[in-house]
Write a protein that binds this ligand. Structure first.
Ligand code: SF4
Length: 171
């Protein structure tokens, strides 16, 4: 992956404690779009999209980022969630931008179509300082199970509460 000089300069403006995470997030984003050169605009967009909410935390002495994972009620019949937790603990895939000061405070199923208990459980987590909700990869990907047909509505309902949503966990 090639970085332009302007992109490198832009990256230097990101606070040191999240710079490595920012670099990773931008590279992932550009790779996804099929390009192999990173521009200053890519850095600005990636910083805004993936890092700005973490930047607001101080490196130490601040409260952790608190996340929850919602997963498919149907898939949960056969999946104990090992891959989601592994991805979180190893900070890879959709958890790669989080620092050490991050904790999972909720891990629950949607309650069945059309995601009937998501709103209620997100509301129960809000007083505990919920910052981000991940929609599990089993909801987002077409594979052994069909992609969740209600994912967009579920996402919207969470965002309407002012909570950030990330699409995916371990894929
Ligand atoms: S709403 Fe989506 S995630 Fe929930 S059970 Fe139905 S298909 Fe699965």
């Amino acid at each position: 992956m090639k970085w332009t000089i302007e992109a490198e300069e832009e990256l230097k403006k990101v606070p040191a404690f999240v710079r490595r995470m920012a670099k990773k997030a931008v590279e992932q984003q550009v790779r996804k779009s099929g390009r192999n050169e990173i521009t200053a605009d890519d850095v600005r967009a990636g910083r805004e999209r993936h890092i700005s909410f973490i930047e607001k935390q101080k490196p130490s002495g601040e409260r952790p980022t608190r996340i929850a994972v919602v997963r498919c009620d149907i898939v949960a019949e056969v999946c104990p969630g090992v891959a989601c937790f592994r991805a979180f603990h190893e900070r890879h895939c959709h958890f790669s931008t989080y620092g050490d000061n991050t904790e999972i405070i909720g891990f629950f199923t949607c309650g069945g179509c059309p995601g009937r208990r998501v709103s209620r459980l997100v509301e129960r987590l809000e007083p505990h300082g919920l910052d981000v909700v991940h929609l599990s990869s089993c909801m987002m990907l077409e594979g052994d199970y069909p992609r969740c047909p209600h994912r967009k509505q579920i996402k919207k309902s969470i965002e309407a509460k002012g909570i950030r949503v990330v699409e995916g966990t371990h894929h």
